[in-house]
Design a protein around this ligand. Structure first.
Ligand code: FES
Ligand code: FES
Length: 182
């Protein structure tokens, strides 16, 4: 066998290039439901969530781990779903923004805080902030403003609505009284 430059390859192509191993059966828990699927090796977890199972609340911004729009919870920890393959999520538990509300009528405390403090403008970054803060809450929450601010740095808001986002986050994380003005 020769490569594109005409050089002879000593070893045959091995997985994931071979046809037989290009797809995988996966099973995972997503928002308290069991999901089984057959996925390509290269399918990103973001694309699996959005295009295969219709959970479009997970947004895609940079696709390189910078903006935080694609943040979800994986086994209770906030992660960037654009940096993970769907096949790597096999056997894991995922929560997306669609699974955050307590019920159809009742928002989670973090969602409620964003609603009350108007922590969004266009809303594109909002699911990422909500899931990132949910991960922080799962880890016990921030000890102070500095820790919260440090955490919020992981998500980018293109509308620059950070003042209200920070207010909402402080309320959600129970950091003293909400600041009246900044
Ligand atoms: S889309 Fe994943 S971090 Fe930006
Ligand atoms: S509210 Fe528009 S990107 Fe954050």
């Amino acid at each position: 066998m020769k490569n594109r430059l005409g050089r002879t390859l000593n070893t045959p192509l091995s997985p994931p290039y071979s046809e037989s191993s290009a797809h995988h059966e996966i099973q995972l828990h997503v928002n308290d439901e069991v999901v089984t699927a057959r996925v390509e090796s290269r399918l990103l977890l973001t694309d699996f969530l959005r295009h295969r199972i219709g959970l479009t609340g997970t947004h895609v911004g940079c696709e390189q781990g910078t903006c935080g729009a694609c943040t979800i919870l994986l086994d209770g920890k906030a992660i960037r779903s654009c940096l993970m393959l769907a096949v790597q999520a096999n056997g894991r538990t995922i929560r997306t923004v669609e699974g955050l509300a307590v019920s159809d009528e009742k928002l989670s405390s973090i969602q409620k805080a964003f609603h009350e403090q108007h922590g969004m403008q266009c809303g594109f970054c909002t699911p990422g902030f909500l899931m990132s803060l949910s991960g922080l809450a799962e880890q016990g929450g921030p000890k102070n403003d500095a820790e919260l601010d440090d955490h919020l740095c992981g998500n980018i808001c293109r509308c620059t609505g950070y003042v209200n986002i920070r207010r909402a986050a402080r309320q959600a994380m129970d950091l003293d009284a909400v600041e009246s003005d900044e």
